[in-house]
Design a protein around this ligand. Structure first.
Ligand code: CA2
Length: 145
């Protein structure tokens, strides 16, 4: 099998990780998460590419550009609860994706209980902190093996 490439995509405000609200989202920043994912990807004999944007259209463009990837780990942030456009992009590319949320969205406000993505996801990981990204990569690797 050719070496798979996974994308790890993060949505709005996740660039603030490690800077604000550590009680909710932990002390690690996006660059720490990237390092963790690179370590797991090396272990899985895979490549991993990282992307973060606060812009819904940029996330749609990035998902479209990932149509040949082996899988996507996606924390779409607040767009999870609002974005038909991101859902449509994911459905169009047909790349398996795992939806990740650092916090337990089900223990938070009602509007965070609704996801436009979960029913078309290969899996959903919620409330496991930033470990969720590593778990998602491992799941994607096992799905394609
Ligand atoms: O728990 C998650 O990972 C979320 O996707 C995070 C989103 C939130 O809208 C979702 O409901 C659940 C918010 C990301 C905001 O990230 C921040 C990080 C540090 C400080 C402030 C915001």
């Amino acid at each position: 099998m050719t070496r798979p490439t996974f994308a790890v995509l993060n949505g709005p405000n996740l660039n603030l990780l490690g800077i604000r609200e550590p009680d909710l989202y932990g002390a690690e920043g996006l660059s720490d998460i990237q390092q963790r994912c690179e370590k797991v990807a090396a272990e899985l004999d895979a490549d991993v590419e990282f992307f973060q944007s606060n812009d819904e259209g940029a996330l749609v463009d990035e998902i479209q550009a990932r149509r040949d990837n082996a899988g996507i780990v996606l924390n779409a942030g607040a767009y999870t609860h609002t974005s038909v456009a991101i859902r449509d992009a994911l459905a169009a590319v047909q790349v398996p994706f795992v939806e990740v949320h650092i916090s337990n969205v089900f223990a938070r406000e009602d509007f965070r209980h609704r996801s436009y993505l979960s029913d078309i996801a290969a899996g959903v990981i919620v409330g496991c902190g930033v470990d969720g990204y590593e778990l998602a990569l491992r799941r994607l690797a096992s799905l394609i093996s």
